[in-house]
Design a protein around this ligand. Structure first.
Ligand SMILES: C[S@@+](CC[C@H](N)C(=O)[O-])C[C@H]1O[C@@H](n2cnc3c(N)ncnc32)[C@H](O)[C@@H]1O
Length: 317
């Protein structure tokens, strides 16, 4: 029997496992162990995304401040993680005497805690208002921008790639509703490139990505009392250069069933049946510009790394 206390996590897992094809949302990857595994992924030579965006953030400060003008602003960051890259922007903003409040949003309690420790240690007087929640619930709580200061919304890490392209436009449209004229948006997009480079970033020989994806099943066991057998699932990665989508699957190695006690339900899996656990969509520059325009933003420019692998696209409402 379904009781009313079932968490959003349980509801999402139930819905994903009951759908065809089966899927689990990548937003649940990040518990404490998931955060630690993601740190290891970011440190791998194959995972170019972090290095590229770090390179961009190390020099993007003046350009962003230029776009902001002399106004005070809220720096809202969606899916902030541990703030490794954003601290470079904050450093440049503070050095330039900018007046802003940092409002990171992340669904992971652990990420918000690590980030809070970092910010309070480095900049104890920086106005800091973290929110631990899903992007949209957090934006609902913030409401529409008010007063005469601007909002600069950061959506880094190519997190937008975790939506299919049509969902990404809807996401940006929805985000647009919380913003006013002149507010700014900086979104990190992973650019289309040699498929071998892309695939290697999600299919590392050390097995960190496999461990990261399997950790989702462990989390479901631990928090929802399910009985996934972790050794009966295999990580499988694909990149389709036509669609630009990287997709991560966990593939069942046996005929098996898994119990989800909150719903009093068993899910049967056939041998070789996949569960899709993540999409990481890659874009080219015109696709990014069109997407921002469709969502009601004026595209300003691409801030790119020296290899041209990654774009933080800057846009204005
Ligand atoms: C790939 S990590 C990126 C972290 C950091 N922005 C970076 O670029 O290194 C994604 C982060 O977004 C958070 N996240 C994913 N889906 C989310 C959602 N729907 N709402 C809020 N946070 C989310 C995760 O908890 C995680 O910390």
């Amino acid at each position: 029997m379904i009781n009313t206390q079932i968490s959003a996590f349980a509801a999402d897992v139930f819905e994903g496992l009951a759908s065809t094809p089966r899927r689990l949302s990548s937003k649940w990857f990040y518990d404490e162990r998931g955060d630690a595994l993601f740190q290891q992924i970011m440190g791998m030579p194959e995972y170019y995304l972090t290095d590229c965006e770090l390179e961009i953030f190390q020099t993007a400060g003046p350009e962003l401040l230029d776009a902001i003008g002399n106004r005070s602003f809220d720096l809202i960051e969606l899916g902030a993680g541990d703030g490794t890259k954003t601290q470079f922007l904050i450093e440049q903003f503070l050095a330039a005497g900018a007046n802003f409040t940092y409002r990171p949003i992340d669904i992971s309690a652990h990420a918000i805690e690590i980030l809070g420790n970092l910010i309070r240690r480095r900049w104890p007087t920086l106005p800091f208002k973290p929110v631990q929640d899903d992007y949209f619930s957090a934006l609902d709580r913030l409401g529409k921008s008010q007063g005469d200061h601007l909002r600069l919304v950061l959506f880094p890490g190519a997190n937008i790639g975790n939506f299919a392209p049509e969902e990404a436009v809807q996401f940006l449209r929805h985000l647009r509703k919380f913003l006013r004229e002149d507010d700014l948006l900086l979104v990190g997009f992973d650019l289309k490139k040699d498929p071998a480079i892309i695939l290697a970033a999600y299919n590392d020989p050390a097995g960190y990505t496999a461990a990261f994806n399997l950790n989702l099943l462990r989390r479901i066991n631990e928090e929802l009392g399910a009985d996934f057998r972790l050794d009966q699932w295999k990580h499988w990665e694909t990149y389709n250069p036509v669609s630009g989508a990287t997709r991560s699957y966990l593939v069942s190695l046996a005929d098996q069933s898994v119990r989800l006690p909150d719903y009093g339900r068993r899910f049967r899996f056939d041998v070789w049946e996949p569960i899709e656990v993540e999409i990481s969509q890659k874009y080219n520059r015109p696709e990014i510009e069109a997407m921002l325009q469709q969502a009601g933003f004026t595209f300003l420019r691409h801030l790119e790394d020296s290899r041209g692998y990654f774009s933080d696209a800057l846009a204005r409402v």
